[in-house]
Design a binder for this molecule. Structure first.
Ligand SMILES: Cc1ncc(COP(=O)(O)O)c(C=O)c1O
Length: 562
């Protein structure tokens, strides 16, 4: 039976939604090559021009030749009977105006095609001056959300993917739409086509030269900076949709799969950056920030127990001391920092079992460079709160190895400054990781014990508790707390130089830190500590520490114990 003789029947509609200049016409040509699909080029265009009154050079001609009643278009043309199994409708998002029948969204299969505004804007500008409204990216986000809300979350593909790897992208899209891929979709003939809308002479000059999805030019044209504001407004909307693209291409080597988070609940958290609270993926510092330029920042790790922040004042004291030692200027005051911490915790509903990474950077610079003279914006405050149970196995104990990397001495960088320039510790941590240990012991210049890459260290020998002087190590707040507890428990405490062989032959060893609390050490450099079990003094101090965290701390406003 020839095509024209085939009876018309109900067709399944595939809706393509995109901003303009997003390769949507190429994609329509691609689908038009299939033997089971007929295509429609922007069926709602006349409706859109009539209702909005927008001017176009072809406005009158279009209104006289194309149906401009949106609901009629939807029922009779988009969902009207046809001769093929499927009908592909290319829609531009802004053409979906309020008042259209809900069927448009409810019926058929939908997908979203996005393109980086960095590419859309210069391309659109060649035909009509772009505006935020003309781009329709806000409407595209609305369409995505509406479809999701009615249980039809649409697949999202990126034009960059179509250009980089058309076959894989089209195969993926066909899979998502549950239609078989057809190789014919990869090629079409150049020149104007019957299926083109009558606006084609204005808009399709470039696409008429194409015979398939072509790789983008390696080096694009300079971006027209008159469109800079529009770019800034549009990018967040593009980025929002981009998160839903399954396969992402990148200039850099092949992107890694999305990793699992240690605590999945942290996928959706809110962080304080500067003076606002942002969702995890949007919480970013400027490329001009001192922490990026030189690790020029100070920090604290704090823990939240039972609606209270443990040792908050002590951590803030150390933060301010670190900032003063580094000659930071325009530092927020104590109350401001406390408020930022409280608000972040409250917004996240984090009142227990949480850890706060509090950073204060020297701030954004007016130009890249080392000199603090460029820091004219004031410091940047970051409050990153996460759900985080203690990170070490405090029941069975941890394993340490000694690193060859020495802990910084006050000769070069004083460890009393709790700064973000952590490479000294990171090098030691790499040694620990390579040895499959939990952390690495760092020695001072003379080979005496200092601390681990992340915690302070204590040793018990014949009933006496020993810990190194805070010359090379960070004077930890947990260290000070545990030293107080040792005294309270009436155990002898000595702060002195400790050599490595004293660690290897100790009766008990433990580390301290806010993140991991008191962690028993059962093996160091392959030597089992005592009998490899958690020692009695360690257990006593763990219990005393637990009691203290339950009882003390600065209450978080609004917290009500349930
Ligand atoms: C190198 C180093 N040592 C020790 C500690 C433990 O300090 P605190 O007990 O104040 O958390 C930390 C924590 O930041 C650290 O980075």
């Amino acid at each position: 039976m020839v095509k024209s003789e085939m009876a018309e029947s109900e067709v399944e509609v595939i809706h393509s939604w995109s901003a303009p200049r997003s390769l949507s016409t190429s994609l329509m040509y691609s689908f038009a090559q299939r033997d089971d699909i007929e295509v429609l080029d922007e069926p709602l265009y006349a409706y859109f021009l009539r209702v909005t009154g927008l001017d176009r050079p072809y406005r009158e001609e279009l209104l006289s030749k194309m149906e401009s009643d949106g609901n009629k278009v939807t029922s009779d043309i988009i969902f009207g009977p046809g001769r093929k199994k499927y009908r592909f409708c290319k829609h531009i998002s802004k053409q979906r105006l309020q008042g259209l029948t809900g069927d448009l969204m409810k019926k058929g299969k939908h997908f979203i095609l996005i393109r980086n505004p960095l590419d859309i804007l210069p391309s659109f500008d060649k035909v009509v001056p772009p505006s935020f409204y003309e781009l329709g990216l806000a409407e595209l986000v609305c369409i995505y959300n509406e479809l999701r809300e009615i249980g039809k979350a649409p697949p999202v593909i990126d034009a960059a993917e179509l250009q980089q790897d058309p076959e894989a992208t089209l195969r993926g899209l066909c899979d998502d739409l549950e239609i078989p891929f057809q190789p014919a979709m990869l090629k079409w003939e150049a020149g104007p086509k019957e299926i083109d809308g009558l606006w084609a002479p204005w808009w399709y000059k470039t696409v008429h030269k194409s015979t398939g999805f072509e790789k983008p030019r390696k080096y694009p044209e300079p971006f027209p900076f008159s469109l800079y504001d529009l770019l800034e407004q549009s990018l967040p909307l593009y980025n929002m949709l981009q998160r839903h693209v399954k396969k992402k291409s990148s200039l850099l080597s092949s992107p890694l799969p999305t990793p699992d988070l240690p605590v999945p609940a942290n996928e959706k958290l809110l962080a304080w950056v500067g003076d606002e609270i942002m969702p995890r993926d949007s919480a970013k510092v400027s490329v001009f920030d001192s922490v990026v330029q030189g690790g020029d920042s100070v920090w604290e790790g704090l823990r939240v127990y039972n609606g209270k922040i443990f040792k908050l004042e002590e951590h803030l004291d150390r933060l301010f001391d670190s900032a003063k030692a580094l000659a930071f200027e325009n530092v927020p005051n104590r109350d401001e920092i406390k408020e930022a911490i409280f608000r972040t915790l409250i917004r996240n509903g984090m009142f227990d079992n949480s850890h706060i990474r509090l950073s204060l950077t020297r701030g954004k610079k007016v130009s890249s460079g080392m000199s603090p003279a460029f820091n004219l914006y004031g410091c940047t405050l970051i409050v990153l709160a996460e759900w985080k149970p203690p990170v070490y196995d405090n029941t069975r104990g941890i394993v340490l190895v000694t690193a060859t990397t020495r802990r910084n001495s006050p000769n070069n960088l004083d460890s009393k400054i709790h700064h973000n320039n952590l490479l000294n510790n990171i090098l030691a941590k790499i040694e620990g990781n390579n040895a499959k240990a939990d952390d690495a012991i760092m020695l001072d210049q003379d080979g005496y014990l200092s601390e681990t890459n992340a915690t302070n260290i204590f040793v018990v020998k014949k009933g006496r508790v020993l810990t190194p002087h805070a010359d090379y190590c960070l004077p930890g707040i947990t260290r000070a707390t545990v030293m107080d507890l040792v005294v309270k428990e009436q155990i002898i405490l000595e702060e002195r130089r400790i050599s490595l062989s004293e660690v290897h032959t100790a009766d008990e060893v433990w580390t301290t830190g806010t993140m991991g609390e008191l962690s028993p050490v059962v093996k160091v450099d392959g030597r089992i500590i005592s009998n490899g079990e958690v020692g009695a003094i360690t257990r006593r101090l763990q219990a005393a520490y637990k009691k203290l965290t339950e009882e003390s701390g600065i209450p978080i406003p609004t917290y009500v114990k349930t």
